[in-house]
Design a protein around this ligand. Sequence first.
Ligand code: ZN
Length: 250
Amino acid sequence: MTSPAVAAYLAERPGIVIPIGATEQHGPDGLIGTDHLCPEAIARRFGARDGVIVAPTLAYGMSQFHLGFAGSISLRPSTLAALIQDLVASLAATGFTRIYFLNGHGGNLAPLRAAIQEFYAARSFAGVTEPCPVHCRVRSWWELDGVDALRKALYGAAEGYHVTPSEVALTLASHPDHIAATDRPAPPPLADMILHGGDNYYDAADFRRRFPDGRVVSDASLATRQHGEDLLALAVDDLAKDFFAFCRSV
Ligand SMILES: [Zn+2]
């Protein structure tokens, strides 16, 4: 888009969607780009359909615990937070008042939320008396209502925490030429993993020790391209509802 086109858009609509993800190993099943390709595919399809501006995707995220595997590239938590603060401040300075982050990687959430609070903290500590007109929303694509229901129905406990069948299915739909549709390996035996309850990770060496092939309690061999098409369609509808409600909120 040109700058005048963005200015004209802002006269009609206050909001923008920013897909944010990561570039990190996804075991033997998934693409390294999975976590940014998924929110990007959802946001781009929504933006094109409903005439909403989608910012360039943030392809790098906070993935330090994946650095034991080739191809992973991480920002530090403080680097990601600094980047987000500058993006929010830039969009606020140029007239956007509803900034919607569509997230594709759990490790981003803490730095992302901290950065947004830093943006607001600058006003609060300065004693600004006008309520900030700029609102930010963070939503991970798998939390969207219809998507969450379908992925649980399709995969149950096999959804796991990393290299999930839902994210692999979504990339099968969005990037069919880049990932094998069949012949993905069976899940790693649970006995090979040293579990610690959920998705609270430590350093890269600890992650690799616990999860030798990079997958965390997930069975992406269940993923199909049709699942991905269904998840994508639901995600676009869910995102539309959530984004427009956010834009109307006071
Ligand atoms: Zn992922």
